[in-house]
Write a protein that binds this ligand. Sequence first.
Ligand SMILES: Nc1ncnc2c1ncn2[C@@H]1O[C@H](COP(=O)(O)OP(=O)(O)OP(=O)(O)O)[C@@H](O)[C@H]1O
Ligand SMILES: [Mg+2]
Length: 226
Amino acid sequence: MPIIDIQGMERHYEMASEVVKALDGVSITVEKGERIVLLGPSGSGKTTLLNCVAALDSPTKGTYDFDGKTVPRLKSEEMTTFRRENIGYVFQFFNLLQDLTVLENLLLIQELSGGRDKKRALELLKLVGLEDEIDRFPAEISGGQQQRVAIARSLAKSPKLLLGDELTGNLDSNTSSMVMEVLVKACETEEITTIMVTHDEKLTKYATRVIRLDSGKIISDEPTGN
Ligand SMILES: Nc1ncnc2c1ncn2[C@@H]1O[C@H](COP(=O)(O)OP(=O)(O)OP(=O)(O)O)[C@@H](O)[C@H]1O
Ligand SMILES: [Mg+2]
């Protein structure tokens, strides 16, 4: 059974004089453990698709099953529960809480999603190479280190699916390679499926599959051989 089964997804935005079809009939099935890079020009619908996959947004048309169950839509409480139980999300700007240490940033997320587990938090920080920085504050570590904290934090609640929107968009190319390598290793170890949105063609080397969007439609969908 695929972890994601999306058929004919559309997301319309009603503007004053027209309807924008940000997604215009997207169908994708994703198997567990796939690492997908989603590419496309600005405005092609990448963030819209990711937000619908995360149940941060509801599609206008189409079906979306996750792990064999219909994903709730337009009911914010059920959508929040779905997200909390299944989805980790990493953004371009790391969104760490500045007055909590690296370790406390992970412990807080665990508390919000069911229970503090310091041993696992420490394991994850080790997995992303930050075992020596656990007591520092975000302002006391580099951008690449902060993004690795954000990755560890998104894994702390054991999501089935990790989503990233331009998660290396704010990093130089060496740092972004390091962050991507950490992410690939962490997702392989934790058997987590990932979908990463980017403008950076170089990131396709970390993917098992590359999907290209244009004007709200999939224009190619190919395995990479990784
Ligand atoms: N809240 C909104 N209201 C109206 N139109 C929107 C809204 N959000 C997105 N759109 C439109 O939907 C389309 C897809 O936007 P989206 O943000 O998904 O693009 P993107 O591929 O993520 O672009 P970028 O690479 O610039 O982040 C665009 O035409 C955009 O203008
Ligand atoms: Mg976007």
